[in-house]
Design a protein around this ligand. Structure first.
Ligand SMILES: Nc1ncnc2c1ncn2[C@@H]1O[C@H](COP(=O)(O)OP(=O)(O)OP(=O)(O)O)[C@@H](O)[C@H]1O
Length: 301
């Protein structure tokens, strides 16, 4: 288990921002951390990285307790905080040297590592520029480079693509995908497509409580688990099927495709009815919902 969060609470004065949450993330997983503004994502991420003390509970990273073994943990975690705080008056190379020293990497080893990470993060042309002169997308690459410099096994990325243009979003997403191989990643985002593109699982937090912790497939299938798409080889009249048990509605998507809403998964019965009535079925599948709908449903007040 790379990350284990056990009954964690965070209290800010009167406000209980994180309320007794627990979850685990296995080695090699990329997990999306979702929730509306103020739900508690950044607070949880700060506690995992040891940047904020826990009020109650325990967090383990690679089996080490954040409360008592923070120094060892810091070398195993790469963290890209929200708003990516960078020294704008430093040059990219200079900043990465500074970060490397903080991690205790020095001399030729550090230079070799910076060269490697600069190439990996697509910063070759920008490495001698001032950070303040870089576009937002390139600043994000610098943020990722500092998070990766010490080759951590766990990455905590707080809204890594927020504020980027659509092309930059795709570039950063591809970069995350390529750097995440063999790493455990917890990534917060408000972009649902990102979760579908990058994450195997999503943890959804609402008002400091976990309301879902499932694979993206499970979440989206459940959402519309009773909408069945059928494709026919020939035109057929299915209007009488509206009267069949468990069918709620039938919608014609095009000449040969229908969407059947039912009170449960009735694919087996549909096969049977098609056989009995000579309807030539060439395709049948459960429709998936979108992560947007799932998110709205799970986080609305
Ligand atoms: N240092 C702090 N002092 C007091 N309250 C805080 C502090 N940090 C966060 N909070 C509060 O805790 C709650 C959760 O904040 P958090 O930043 O974790 O939300 P979030 O899910 O990351 O939101 P966003 O998507 O807007 O970044 C908010 O109500 C916030 O105001």
């Amino acid at each position: 288990m790379s990350i284990k969060v056990v009954n964690v609470v965070k209290q800010f004065g009167e406000q209980r921002a994180v309320k007794n949450i627990s979850f685990e993330i296995d080695k090699g997983e990329i997990v999306g951390f979702l929730g509306r503004n103020g739900a508690g994502k950044s607070t949880t991420m700060k506690m995992i990285t040891g940047n904020l003390p826990l009020t109650e509970g325990q967090i383990f990273v690679n089996g080490l307790d954040v409360k008592s073994e923070l120094d060892s943990i810091k070398s195993q975690i790469g963290y890209l905080p929200e708003h990516n705080p960078l020294y704008l008056d430093m040059y990219v190379h200079e900043f990465l040297q500074f970060c490397g020293k903080v991690y205790g990497i020095k001399g030729q080893v550090l230079i070799a590592r910076i060269n490697e990470i600069v190439a990996q993060c697509g910063l070759l042309k920008e490495q001698n520029k001032l950070i303040g002169s870089l576009s937002k997308g390139y600043r994000q690459r610098v943020g990722l480079a500092q998070a990766l410099l010490h080759n951590p096994s766990v990455l905590i990325l707080d809204e890594p693509t927020t504020g980027l243009d659509p092309n930059q979003i795709i570039e950063i997403r591809e970069l995350i995908q390529s750097i995440s191989k063999d790493k455990t990643v917890l990534l917060s985002t408000h972009i649902m497509q990102e979760v579908q593109a990058l994450c195997s699982r999503a943890i959804i937090i609402k008002n400091g409580e976990i309301v879902a912790n499932e694979t993206v497939d499970e979440l989206t299938t459940e959402e519309q688990s009773h909408t069945i798409k059928i494709e026919l080889a020939d035109v057929a009249d299915l209007s009488s099927w509206k009267e069949k048990e468990k069918i709620l509605s039938i919608q014609k998507a095009n000449k040969l495709t229908y969407l059947i809403k039912a009170s449960e998964d009735i694919r087996k019965q549909i096969f049977k009815w098609a056989g009995e009535e000579g309807v030539d079925l060439v395709g049948i599948s459960l429709e998936k919902g979108s992560m947007e709908t799932v998110f709205q449903k799970l986080t609305k007040d």
